[in-house]
Design a protein around this ligand. Structure first.
Ligand SMILES: Nc1ncnc2c1ncn2[C@@H]1O[C@H](COP(=O)(O)OP(=O)(O)O)[C@@H](O)[C@H]1O
Ligand SMILES: [Mg+2]
Length: 380
């Protein structure tokens, strides 16, 4: 029985744990808070600050896992590089996890591989930010180099927005790096996630492309397959192959692209299942969690089959929910009356405005939104 140390126990970790247990693995789920979603289904759990190098190392040494599987970015990844050198297996590789945690490092890497991205500059203080926006032009987007789910991200329309953007980014910076990236704003037609599976026993394979819509940098809905020109999809697959080969290791990668009329532009990548890929729980023979698991265990993946098309939309707490509220989700009995609708409730014990608490999976958008209208998150 393989022992997996899961670093991060959110909703993606929970589904990964379920997939892993179905193939007889033992999962030790870690996070900074007690009873996180994956902990509810894991064999055991550890609560500690994963940004603390010595705590992270101690847990790894103590549990001695066959695989270390990061589920989130906020981890002391430098320590993972050291642990990998000592012989621990980090999924997909410590380098992939380390580079992608830092927007600047993965961006520089993409650049050196000749992959086109939005124009960008970095800044470490407000004066530098002012100059960077001058050279990129408006509108542009400012993001902390370490952050996820759109946290600390601002769209700037002119110099008047620079200060606000710096404050917002500083407030949401993770880790100890006071640095932002300024990106040219790309007016795309659509955006996609290309789930890319690197495996030992076969070629790199791709899930059918997933379309998605983000609001304030956070995922709201996704669908699969999405409509994209064949040649542009080929380009996206080629780019995904180049960058995932460079990062190395075995597992699934969520590679994000902006799709324009005549080109795709690489945006970012996660070396793990992707939130927009939750739709694969509804659509594929093997969902993104099953695929990640099979790839890391070096088990065969003979095919990825789209069984039916699907749509996903998140259930979030709205502004009426104050920080750390006890809450309840109402309306399941009505929403689930609809044909071809399924719902996952993540089991987070506390809610706050904007916190993702569940996801609706359905055959199409109309159906998914009909279900969503019945769902209410209420303060207890
Ligand atoms: N340069 C850009 N031009 C236009 N939209 C962008 C740009 N960068 C980010 N966005 C929007 O913000 C979303 C989140 O940005 P992303 O870089 O993926 O951050 P995160 O790591 O928080 O997901 C993107 O999916 C896209 O909708
Ligand atoms: Mg993203």
């Amino acid at each position: 029985m393989k022992k997996i140390l899961l670093l991060g126990s959110g909703e993606l970790g929970k589904e990964f744990t379920i997939s892993a247990q179905r193939l007889g693995c033992e999962i030790i789920a870690c996070d900074s808070y007690f009873n996180a979603p994956a902990m509810q289904v894991a064999n055991s759990s550890k609560v500690f600050d994963m940004l603390d190098a010595s705590k992270l190392k101690n847990v790894v040494i103590e549990t001695n896992p066959d695989f270390i599987v990061p589920e989130i970015e906020a981890i002391r990844t430098e320590e993972l590089l050291k642990l990998e050198e000592q012989g621990f297996k980090v999924v997909p590789s410590a380098r992939a996890v380390n580079l992608t945690m830092n927007r600047d490092e993965i961006r520089n890497r993409a650049n050196s591989l000749g992959i086109r991205t939005a124009k960008y500059k970095y800044a470490t203080n407000i004066e530098e930010l002012m100059n960077a926006t001058k050279s990129i032009g408006f509108p542009c987007i400012v993001k902390p180099v370490m952050s996820s789910s759109g946290k600390g991200q601002t769209k700037l329309n002119g110099y008047k927005d620079v200060e606000k953007a710096w404050v917002e980014a500083s407030r949401n910076m993770r880790g100890d790096r006071s640095k932002v990236i300024v990106e040219e704003f790309i007016t795309f037609n659509s955006e996609i996630t290309l789930l890319t599976v690197r495996q030992k026993l076969g070629q790199t394979i791709f899930c059918p492309p997933i379309g998605h819509i983000q609001s304030e940098g956070d995922y709201v809905e996704s669908w699969q397959p999405c409509d994209i020109n064949e040649n542009l999809l080929k380009d996206a697959q080629n780019i995904s192959k180049i960058i995932t080969d460079d990062l190395g290791g075995y597992g699934i990668f969520g590679v994000e692209f902006f799709v324009l009329e005549e080109e795709v532009i690489f945006s970012e990548l996660s070396p793990r299942p992707h939130d927009t890929g939750m739709v694969t729980m509804f659509t594929q023979n093997l969902n993104e969690f099953d695929l990640h698991l099979r790839a890391l265990l070096e088990l065969p993946i003979p095919n990825i089959l789209l069984l039916r098309k699907g749509y996903s939309t998140v259930i979030k707490a709205l502004d009426n929910i104050p920080k750390n509220s006890e809450y309840k989700i109402e309306g399941l009995e009505k929403a689930l009356l609809l044909n071809n609708v399924d719902i996952r409730i993540f089991g987070k014990s506390k809610a706050w405005s904007g916190r993702r608490l569940g996801v609706i999976l359905s055959s199409d958008k109309e159906n998914g939104l009909a279900a969503k209208r019945f769902i209410n998150v209420l303060k207890n």
